[in-house]
Write a protein that binds this ligand. Structure first.
Ligand SMILES: [Zn+2]
Length: 496
């Protein structure tokens, strides 16, 4: 078989103040044949396709693979130029049997609320008879345009996203079986009409995903067999029509079987209410609770200042609170402040200097911190592991203010791993409190070293409360903006 694979990804927070242009894709831009052996979050289908091509029975034609760190709206020219580059490569590769796209599913550009749907629909016009498969992050906006034009869409199941390569391998295998005529995937989507989500690092999300995978294992081939189940959690920080939680099921040639299961699972999610997400403490109460808790380090997740959600990662609320407790050994990382990091790198390790840092990207970042700091350590490139991938935070510096250490990075990336601190010589075992700029991806690598974990709501800058987000394009009704219509149609007992 002839397989074409390409990847275009970013997650667009349409409320974020950081524009995304073509240069934002430069840090992870791989022309055909140049992608490294380790996948990025959204390019795993490229790696999975290489593995099946290595067996010798298939020919892989690689397209471009590129990714921009989540931020604000993508420029129209940036999106169109990358889209047309990939579509031109597909056109040149024709005829192909299988098209594999590594996407995110929440990319929004000026003029395009559904970039991935647009890309897949245009690919369908070029390759009308090919099997088109796409992998999505579960924080996507699943659209009819995507589902109608693809043969298979598979989303990550895990949050934290520990399974992007495993899902890409599934996608590749199912697309090849489809192209061979062994299966005929048919899709059903159940729209939960809610903005929700859950973490698979805790219950009930953990058992739910285990059950989805058990159903898939039992599914198999044959009439009505369940081939794939994806729960799209959604990405609330975007003003687009398709925001929200949807269940996507593929059954083998049996649309009714897919529809029944999608609705059953979707109604389970609706019935959970808020059970899928942890309690969030406000800034001061989170620090006070961490101090009260036995042992250390207690990890405080600054969920709504997570660069992985498209915001800056430079808010100072927790730093200001920790400075009120100079007796509490603490560490904060990684704060995005290229200017302050550059000052510290220029001054060098051991330097003591007055420094203004953080709180610059937006009003919701809080106010900058002014302090006399000591530069602990610097690095030309802070590279950290993230599951099967690696992530660079660029040149970085660690500074100390008494017993508080802060990692300042020139690049914007989420705090996936303790290496953010340890690569700069910070001993987390000696800290009572460790603040991470991450929503939940930190959990996989920090949980083993944490004495406790607290999710913190500092108020911004990511819009944390969907009920208060000024959506203009979202389909209604949708909870929590409206009562969930599924609960109004005879399922009142669920809410009671
Ligand atoms: Zn995600």
């Amino acid at each position: 078989m002839r397989i074409f694979a390409a990847s275009l990804g970013t997650e667009t927070n349409t409320f974020a103040p950081i524009p995304t242009d073509r240069r934002a894709f430069a840090a992870a831009y791989y022309p055909p044949g140049t992608h490294p052996d380790t996948p990025t979050l959204c390019s795993a289908p490229m790696i999975a396709a290489r593995r099946v091509a290595a067996c010798g029975r298939h020919t892989l034609i690689e397209g471009t693979a590129t990714w921009a760190e989540p931020a604000g709206l993508t420029g129209q020219a940036a999106y169109e130029s990358l889209r047309d580059e990939i579509l031109g490569q597909l056109q040149a590769a024709m005829p192909v049997d299988v098209v594999l796209f590594g996407l995110h599913g929440a990319m929004v550009a000026h003029g395009y609320d559904d970039c991935e749907g647009d890309l897949i629909a245009r690919a369908r016009l070029i390759a009308p008879d090919a099997v088109i498969g796409a992998e999505l992050d579960l924080h996507a906006h699943l659209s009819a345009q995507m589902v109608d034009n693809a043969d298979l869409i598979i989303g990550f199941k895990e949050f934290p996203h520990t399974d992007f390569l495993a899902r890409a391998e599934e996608l590749t295998a199912l697309c090849l079986r489809t192209a061979a005529g062994a299966i005929k995937p048919v899709a059903a989507v159940f729209d939960c009409r809610m903005i929700g989500g859950y973490m698979t690092s805790r219950e009930p999300g953990r058992s739910f995903v285990d059950r989805l995978q058990a159903i898939e294992r039992q599914g198999g081939e044959g009439q009505g067999g369940i081939l794939s189940i994806t729960v799209i959690h959604g990405f609330q920080a975007a003003d687009v029509y398709d925001v929200g939680t949807k269940v996507l099921v593929y059954a083998d040639a049996d649309p009714a079987a897919a529809a029944v299961l999608a609705e059953q699972l979707g109604r389970e999610l609706i019935a959970w209410g808020d059970a899928g997400v942890p309690v969030h403490l406000k800034t001061a109460e989170a620090v006070a609770e961490a101090i009260r808790m036995p042992g250390g380090p207690i990890v405080l997740a600054d969920r709504w200042d997570n660069p992985g959600g498209g915001v800056a990662g430079d808010s100072t609320f927790l730093i200001a609170e920790l400075l009120k407790h100079p007796d509490v050994p603490a560490a904060v990382g990684a704060l995005w402040d290229p200017q302050a990091a550059a000052f510290c790198i220029a001054a060098g390790p051991g330097a003591e200097m007055p420094l203004r840092f953080g709180g610059k990207a937006a009003a919701t970042s809080g106010t900058p911190i002014d302090a006399l700091v000591r530069v602990r350590a610097t690095t030309d490139d802070l590279v950290i592991p993230f599951e099967q991938s690696t992530v660079s935070l660029g040149a970085a510096a660690a500074i100390s203010i008494g017993t508080l250490d802060v990692v300042l990075a020139t690049g914007r990336a989420q705090t996936f791993n303790p290496a953010v601190f340890t690569e700069l010589g910070i001993d987390l075992a000696a800290k009572k409190i460790v603040v991470v700029k991450s929503s939940n991806h930190f959990h996989a690598a920090f949980a083993p070293i944490a004495a406790g974990i607290i999710y913190v709501d500092c108020g911004g800058p990511y819009p944390p409360d969907p009920a208060r987000i000024a959506y203009t394009k979202i389909r209604r009704p949708i909870a929590p903006l409206d009562p969930n219509p599924w609960l109004c149609e005879g399922d009142r007992h669920v809410s009671g």
